[in-house]
Design a protein around this ligand. Structure first.
Ligand code: GAR
Length: 223
């Protein structure tokens, strides 16, 4: 079945390597999406350069000048909506979003988080995984709900933790997996295979418990 590519807006704050994976998927033809805009809350985000290089509109909306989170988020929401996205992708967007912003986009807003949720919500996940002495770590793509890093997981990838790992070596191993599972999750949504209903994942028409045990390996095997 041929569908029109899904219009997407990507929000970033930094390097944009996950954005790059999505751009590569779109340009390479494996992702049926049309990234209409990339919006950063930081003018120095390298991801803006990645967007421009791909001919995608790159916008900056800094917090400076806004009095409250709600006022900033209302402006951000207006910018996002101007592009009429079917999906809004948080790709290293390092701001906590207000309930109003999340509520307006619920079901159409996804995030990638560098841990095996529900483990290690919040910041410094690799350092915390090392401190906790876990032998397995990873990353999760999830639908966003108002509670931080708590929405239904769409896909996770697991990596081993080695005794001589540093936060840097571990982050690198996890990020390599992020670049595999984020395009995969976006593709499932664009193809109508994954969606959120009653704050649960529905995959191929079937509700899946949260967090579902879909690993990147299962997912890639199913392609
Ligand atoms: C990614 O590792 C992502 O998991 C993390 O920020 C990084 C952005 O990298 N996101 C969070 O920590 C969200 N709480 P990128 O700019 O190279 O895609």
């Amino acid at each position: 079945m041929n569908r029109d590519p899904m219009p997407v807006v990507v929000l970033i704050s930094g390097n944009g390597s996950n954005l790059q994976a999505l751009i590569d998927g779109q340009l390479g033809g494996s992702l049926p999406i049309d990234i209409r805009a990339v919006i950063s809350n930081r003018a120095d985000a390298y991801g803006l350069e990645r967007a421009r290089r791909a001919g995608i509109g790159a916008e900056v909306l800094e917090y400076r000048g806004y009095e409250t989170r709600e006022a900033y988020d209302a402006a951000l929401l207006a910018r996002v909506r101007a592009h009429e996205p079917g999906l809004v992708v948080l790709a290293g967007f390092m701001r906590i979003l207000s309930p109003a912003f999340v509520g307006a986009l619920e079901g159409r807003l996804i995030n990638i988080h560098p841990s095996l949720l529900p483990e290690f919500r919040g910041l410094h996940t690799h350092e915390r995984a090392l401190e906790a002495g876990v032998t397995e770590h990873g990353c999760s793509v999830h639908f966003v709900i108002p509670e931080l890093d708590a929405g239904p997981v769409i896909v996770q990838a697991r990596v081993p933790v080695y005794p001589d790992d540093t936060a840097e070596t571990l982050a690198k191993r996890v990020q390599a997996q992020e670049h595999r599972i984020y395009p995969l999750a976006v593709r499932w949504i664009a193809e109508g295979r994954a969606r959120m209903r009653d704050r649960e994942l529905v995959f191929d028409g079937q509700p899946r418990a949260t967090p579902p045990a879909i690993t990147a390996e299962d997912a890639l095997a199913a392609l």
